[in-house]
Design a protein around this ligand. Structure first.
Ligand code: ZN
Length: 136
């Protein structure tokens, strides 16, 4: 894994959270996106070399369930990987529990796969690989 790609924060009210984080970080979100594979809406902020993703649910989705169970807060840490399939195979062989067998289309032009928090001391880990031309 090359670096932390972004940190994902679960929020109940995306509009309100956008305003708050804009005030906090001093920048407006550069992108808002509906991620169909997860049925969530995301909003991305760039802070220097780092990114923050606000994620909000649509009713029937993992974010809504997460907030019901644990409240708002840090939801996942995403790592940038050069080859997501190779990384998935490596982690599966190491005994990590992946939440999907194949990478999914994620937000912000990425292929993504999540690693179960039970495999990672309670932290949901997201692998993400930039979608290159040869992947589509
Ligand atoms: Zn994410």
């Amino acid at each position: 894994m090359r670096k932390i790609e972004h940190i994902g924060i679960a929020v109940a009210d995306l509009k309100g959270a956008n305003k708050l984080y804009e005030k906090l970080l001093g920048v407006a979100p550069y992108k808002q996106e509906h991620v169909e594979s997860e049925n969530v809406i995301t909003s991305f902020f760039r802070v220097g070399p780092n990114k923050i993703e606000l994620v909000s649910g649509n009713g029937e989705d993992a974010i809504t369930k997460f907030i019901e169970k644990r409240g708002e807060g840090i939801h996942h840490i995403a790592f940038d990987v050069p080859d997501i399939k190779a990384e998935m195979n490596r982690l599966a062989a190491e005994g990590f529990r992946l939440l999907s067998d194949e990478p999914k289309q994620g937000a912000d032009n990425k292929l993504v796969c999540f690693v179960h928090p039970k495999s990672c001391n309670g932290v949901l880990i997201e692998l993400c690989q930039e979608i290159r031309n040869e992947d589509v």
